[in-house]
Ligand binder design. Structure first.
Ligand code: FES
Length: 224
């Protein structure tokens, strides 16, 4: 799904610590996911308006992010607030990074440019346990097909919920390109129960899924 079509999963919440940033790609659009020191996540276009440096290479300073190249600082609305080479300049309002709506739900950061999109809603889920983000050199449809072999209801109106080994996993699909997909995986359930051995078990399971998809296993049913 594209950012303008609805909420797209772009990172595991646990992978974006306060004061850090990371680059990501959604259907060819480069974005930066960053978290300010108050703990709020932001998703923007990954391009500094000055000379085009990736904002994901920048440094988070409190509730600002500073570009790596010339140090221009942007507030959480994407507005440039400080230019080190001109410290007394009142920065024009036009110098702004395009920003996207960002929300966190089920241990995942979601982003969109759509105005009235609905976030995924999994009834009765209050706690999740992060597993990992998996980057696969396969088309998203092939990834969904592999997961649907494991659980035929996984994408039948269920937003990628896979029942496996007595657990339920949310496998949120991010389309990077026609040949590359990210899968953000969480266990639907409390870390008090699932942290540790189960996280490790499903992280290894995910590695196996990737290996089989990238190895072009003819019988996709073998991933089950
Ligand atoms: S390219 Fe970002 S401050 Fe110059």
């Amino acid at each position: 799904m594209k950012l303008e079509a609805g909420w797209v999963p772009v990172a595991l919440s646990s992978s974006i610590e306060p004061g850090t940033s990371a680059g990501a790609v959604v259907e060819g659009s480069e974005i930066v996911v960053w978290r300010d020191n108050s703990g709020n996540a932001h998703v923007w276009e990954d391009r500094c308006p000055h000379r085009g440096m990736r904002m994901s290479f920048g440094f988070v300073r409190g509730d600002h992010i500073a570009c790596l190249y010339h140090g221009w600082q942007y507030d959480t609305a994407g507005q440039c607030r400080y230019i080190p080479a001109h410290p007394t300049l009142e920065v024009p309002q036009t110098i702004k990074v395009p920003t996207y709506s960002a929300e966190e739900r089920y241990g995942i950061v979601w982003a969109t440019t759509a105005e009235n999109a609905s976030l995924p809603d999994i009834g009765g889920v209050t706690d999740v346990t992060p597993v990992r983000s998996l980057y696969i050199e396969s088309a998203a449809d092939d990834v969904r097909a592999a997961l649907s072999v494991i659980d035929p209801t996984a994408f039948a109106g269920n937003d990628g919920i896979v029942s496996l080994g007595g657990d339920r996993l949310l496998t949120a699909v991010q389309v990077i390109s026609s040949e590359k997909t990210a899968l953000h995986i969480v266990i639907l359930g409390s870390p008090a129960v699932n942290a540790g051995a189960k996280q490790k078990h499903y992280a290894q399971w995910a590695e196996g899924l990737r290996f089989k998809l990238e190895s072009m296993v003819p019988a996709i049913a073998e991933v089950a």
